[in-house]
Design a protein around this ligand. Structure first.
Ligand SMILES: *Cc1c(COP(=O)(O)O)cnc(C)c1O
Length: 388
């Protein structure tokens, strides 16, 4: 059977695959603008791709009749992050998602089920998945202004919530915004809610990239369960690194229990969003977390931070107005010429671009980028827009 499938593939199609392989290998080398780690080596567990793994259902509910799953490893991944995020060891729950977008959807879903009459507040720097999720869940929401560094404007937040204090407050904070890696202070948000005597509140923290190393920041910005979060999202393919996009949602078991619904088909309580779930991603994450441990993860952050400091310094040396938020591995700089933006795959927003010093980025790559910047004759393209 296998042989006949192979024989049916035409030489021209195989050639296309080879070409794709080459193109990808080449493109991978010059990504400076996106938060993907590419230094993973899963060769020791690649053979699990031979199994039709399916993690359908709640990873904590045993008794499913389908046995080809990695629930035990998934629970260990959740436990690793629950501990890192200082959750109550008796009251945490979570699962491995398809990425932070799904993790954010889950956090907002729990919030809405907890407070069906709630109002969502999020800053204008929030990732677009949040807007999409709020639309899907049909929850009323208000956008709060951001400060110039991308952090939520606490004063605008307080004033806006005050006007709606009769409603439960659902706050979507971001720990590491997509463009500037700004971090909203969860304790400060919690304090404002307390001041306004809003007892019915839920805080979801979107820590897609920076949540993974938030515990190691010095000084740290409050973001975890002890600081007041009710749920936290991270992406697995960003700082940890995975060939398949994935994420983790960690929340409180007590909150999750409220939405548990029995699905008899698989003989387990399905509290997750999708039906069939990817069971390979938990294995990849588990493998890296076991390999690194907490201290390895800390060292991974520290080396990224060092490259980010180096990058900021080198850019300033050639007269570029580069800056970073405290503890950030993202270096923000003015928009760059199109040829450089294309070559180094830099994400741009408005008149700003950024370099994210992911663990795989070396000082030599930064040097090559700085060289390009210093020797580029091309002007930054002016965008003319009607501001009418
Ligand atoms: C990347 C990102 C997301 C989306 O994560 P995916 O894993 O791509 O779904 C959400 N929020 C922030 C702040 C991000 O940077």
């Amino acid at each position: 059977m296998e042989a006949s499938i192979k024989n049916n593939i035409k030489a021209a199609d195989l050639e296309r695959l080879q070409q794709l392989d080459q193109e990808m290998a080449q493109s991978r080398e010059t990504v400076l603008g996106y938060p993907t780690s590419k230094d993973f080596d899963y060769s020791a567990i690649n053979h699990f791709l031979d199994y039709p793994i399916n993690n359908i259902g709640d990873p904590y509910e045993e008794g499913s009749t389908y046995k080809v799953h990695t629930h035990e490893f998934e629970r260990e991944v959740v436990r690793f992050f629950a501990k890192l995020f200082r959750a109550n060891p008796q009251d945490y729950w979570g699962y491995v998602t398809n990425g932070s977008s799904e993790s954010n959807l889950y956090g907002l879903y729990l919030a809405r089920e907890s407070f069906p009459k709630g109002m969502v507040y999020y800053s204008e720097s929030t990732h677009y998945s949040v807007r999409k999720n709020i639309h899907l869940l049909n929850i009323p929401s208000i956008v709060i202004r951001s400060q110039p560094n991308g952090e939520i404007d606490y004063e605008d937040f307080e004033n806006t919530v005050r006007l709606n204090r009769h409603k439960p407050a659902i706050v979507l904070t971001t720990f590491g915004t997509t463009m500037y890696e700004a971090k909203d202070d969860v304790s400060r948000i919690k304090g404002i809610l307390k001041n306004l005597a809003i007892h019915d509140h839920y805080i979801h923290c979107d820590g897609a990239l920076a949540g993974t190393y938030g515990a190691f920041m010095d000084p740290r910005t409050p973001f975890d369960f002890k600081d007041g979060a009710d749920s936290i999202s991270i992406s697995g393919h960003k700082f940890v690194g995975s060939p398949i996009p994935c994420g983790v949602i960690v929340t409180k078991k007590s909150t999750r229990d409220r939405i548990a619904k029995s699905i008899s088909y698989i003989g387990s309580l399905d509290t997750t969003i999708t039906g069939s779930r990817n069971g390979h991603s938990p294995l990849f994450l588990w493998y890296t977390l076991k390999k690194l441990g907490v201290e390895g993860l800390r060292a991974r952050y520290e080396s990224s931070l060092e490259v980010a400091q180096y990058c900021e310094m080198r850019l300033k040396e050639i007269g570029i107005d580069a800056w970073r938020n405290p503890g950030a591995i993202t270096v923000v700089l003015p928009k760059v010429p199109a040829s450089i933006q294309g070559k180094w795959q830099l994400a741009t927003e408005g008149d700003k671009a950024h370099i994210i010093c992911m663990p795989c980025i070396t000082k030599a790559q930064i040097d090559a980028f700085v060289y390009d910047m210093a020797n580029c004759e091309e002007e930054v393209e002016e965008k003319f827009e009607f501001d009418f």
